[in-house]
Design a binder for this molecule. Structure first.
Ligand SMILES: [Zn+2]
Length: 243
């Protein structure tokens, strides 16, 4: 009898869904775009030519997940008077040479939250990093722009860093000089959880949240990077587990 129970327990253990994606929460609810869609603009002053092409490719990666309603749209050149304004309702992507040498990029979050709905996220690529759009794949070499864009866009839609599975959101031992242009299963599971749905076209309002599969992780403050109380910075470094 004991053996039968043990066998049943083992079957149960192996049949449980293995999830390790991590996402933001507010008031116990997942933080996400309310209509499962986000329009992203690029700063024409700092992102041009092949970089625009690579950004669009990164957007498409997250928009084409089977079983996810989420869609990114490229809005073109930003209409923002100031792309660094994280509270203008416009999601901007830009390269900023004035950022400190902390890492590759940050996703700006307008805080404090007043709800679990995302209204804006901005991505700042560090202008002090040597970027490439040609996936040269040399250890410690120029950093692949699309690889980092895919990672940051994961933050834009609500995912945080994870550490236990292969994932574009796992930056443990990360060398973004090596191109990673597709999502792993855990990334796809994460966006499916946040934005369940099917089919192409515009996103749809998300379903009521299910119980979270992982405990929320508070974002640790990053000394020296906080410009004011309205912004929380998420630095994405090689080997960093901060989120
Ligand atoms: Zn990150």
């Amino acid at each position: 009898m004991r053996r039968a129970i043990l066998a049943a327990a083992l079957v149960l253990a192996f049949s449980l869904p293995a999830r390790s994606y991590v996402y933001e929460t507010w008031g116990g609810s997942p933080v996400r775009w309310p209509n499962a869609m986000a329009t992203v603009y690029h700063d024409p002053a700092t992102i041009q030519g092949a970089y625009v092409t690579e950004l669009k490719a990164a957007l498409a990666v997250w928009s084409n997940v089977s079983g996810s309603a989420f869609r990114f749209t490229h809005g073109g050149s930003s209409p923002s008077a100031n792309v660094k304004d994280s509270n203008n309702g416009i999601t901007d992507v830009y390269i900023d040479p004035t950022l400190p040498p902390f890492g590759y990029a940050v996703t700006m979050v307008n805080t404090p939250y007043t709800s679990a709905d995302i209204t804006e996220r901005d991505i700042a690529f560090n202008g002090n990093v040597t970027w490439t759009t040609s996936a040269t794949n040399q250890a410690g070499g120029p950093v692949d722009f699309r690889t980092v864009a895919i990672h940051e866009l994961g933050h834009v839609l609500g995912l945080l860093h994870e550490s236990s599975k292969t994932s574009v959101m796992n930056v443990s031992g990360w060398d973004p000089a090596f191109a990673r242009h597709s999502l792993e299963v855990d990334d796809m599971d994460g966006v499916r959880f946040l934005y369940p749905g099917t089919g192409p076209g515009p996103g749809r309002r998300h379903a009521p949240p299910r119980p979270p599969p992982a405990a929320p992780r508070p974002a640790p403050p990053l000394p020296g990077l906080r410009r004011d109380r309205q912004h929380r910075f998420r630095a994405c470094n090689r080997g960093s587990q901060s989120s």
